[in-house]
Design a protein around this ligand. Structure first.
Ligand SMILES: C[C@@]1(CC(=O)O)c2cc3[nH]c(cc4nc(cc5[nH]c(cc(n2)[C@H]1CCC(=O)O)[C@@](C)(CC(=O)O)[C@@H]5CCC(=O)O)C(CC(=O)O)=C4CCC(=O)O)c(CCC(=O)O)c3CC(=O)O
Ligand SMILES: NC(=O)C1=CN([C@@H]2O[C@H](COP(=O)(O)OP(=O)(O)OC[C@H]3O[C@@H](n4cnc5c(N)ncnc54)[C@H](O)[C@@H]3O)[C@@H](O)[C@H]2O)C=CC1
Length: 245
């Protein structure tokens, strides 16, 4: 399987199963999709999800794990049979379906119905061999706009979780470094720096432990870092255009 990032804004994600796993997947996708969960019963984890309301635009700004960003999740109390699944797909027109019930036959029917309609499907009760169109949910660490995903080919979800916890610490501050690189790339373009010069500066900054440490110590250092980096470029007289004072 190949990891990709998929934009679910304005899309519907349909989850079957109101247990802890359905709740976890619903939480995950609600950060950008409209989530509908169909189940005869719902665990208490769903109460937080519904009361949280839609995200505000500001939620994406600073280091957050997936657990921080929650949107509204619509619960529908129903216990569909395998034959009913296609009707649910037709009515809700989802971009992705999650099969997270405790009924293996029903989960199988959900996968088949999704495949018939060319809808992406995540089956929560199976690891290993998968059909075309199937997706796996990785453990995810975010320090927006940076995102890291971990999967183990279904062999050890507990290891994915463990690595996620470890990586949370090591990527802390990566979002700020990414925003700095973005500013530098824009600035260097406006100074007509060549692609090779841009690559050199941005690669050096992204891997500089000094930059990471400085940015981690507070926002106010950002402008100073930008000035230092661009100043070094000027000192080397590397042929960038623009103001040279
Ligand atoms: C294939 C996959 C399908 C999918 O769901 O997409 C799948 C399948 C299964 N998981 C099972 C069990 C557990 N899953 C977790 C946790 C997570 N599972 C997630 C993803 C995936 N799980 C996909 C593969 C990802 C990969 O390749 O690593 C994570 C990463 C993402 C998420 O779900 O949000 C999330 C951690 C999130 C985080 O914390 O960051 C824990 C740990 C815990 O609960 O504490 C346990 C108990 C310990 C254990 O068994 O390892 C079982 C057996 C069920 C049973 O016993 O019957 C199956 C079915 C089977 O194996 O047959
Ligand atoms: N992928 C993952 O990360 C994990 C997957 N699992 C597997 O995922 C499945 C779900 O796990 P849990 O949430 O812990 O199980 P659970 O048994 O707590 O919840 C199952 C839910 O499915 C609902 N359900 C039953 N019949 C239904 C129907 N006809 N239509 C819609 N919903 C229906 C139940 O009401 C319940 O809310 C299990 O089969 C388990 O083996 C378990 C742990 C982790």
């Amino acid at each position: 399987m190949i990891p990709l990032l998929h934009d679910f804004s304005n899309a519907t994600v349909l989850v079957f199963g109101g247990g802890p796993v359905g709740a976890r997947k619903a939480r995950r996708f609600s950060r950008e999709a409209d989530v509908v969960v169909v189940s005869p019963a719902f665990v208490a984890d769903f109460d937080d999800l519904e009361s949280a309301g839609p995200r505000s635009d500001g939620d994406d700004c600073h280091g957050s794990t997936d657990a921080d960003a929650i949107g509204t999740v619509h619960r529908v109390r129903a216990a569909p049979d395998p034959d009913d699944i296609d009707g649910w797909l037709k009515r809700t027109d989802p971009a992705l379906v999650v099969a997270a019930t405790d009924d293996g036959q029903l989960n199988e029917a959900i996968v088949e119905a999704a495949r018939d309609r060319d809808v992406l499907v995540n089956r929560a009760d199976r690891s290993g061999g998968r059909d075309p169109g199937s997706v796996v949910v990785p453990a995810t660490i975010r320090d927006d706009p940076v995102v890291v995903a971990v999967a183990t080919g279904g062999t050890a979800p507990a290891l994915s979780k463990h690595l996620r916890q470890e990586l949370e610490e090591s990527i802390d501050g990566a979002g700020e470094v990414a925003r700095l690189c973005d500013t530098l790339r824009t600035e260097l373009r406006s100074r007509n720096a060549s692609p090779a010069q841009r690559r050199e500066v941005v690669s050096r900054v992204a891997s500089s432990s000094e930059v990471w440490t400085t940015l981690r110590s507070g926002d106010s250092n950002r402008q100073q870092v930008i000035e230092d980096v661009l100043g070094q470029g000027k000192e080397r007289d590397d042929g960038m255009g623009g103001d040279r004072q």
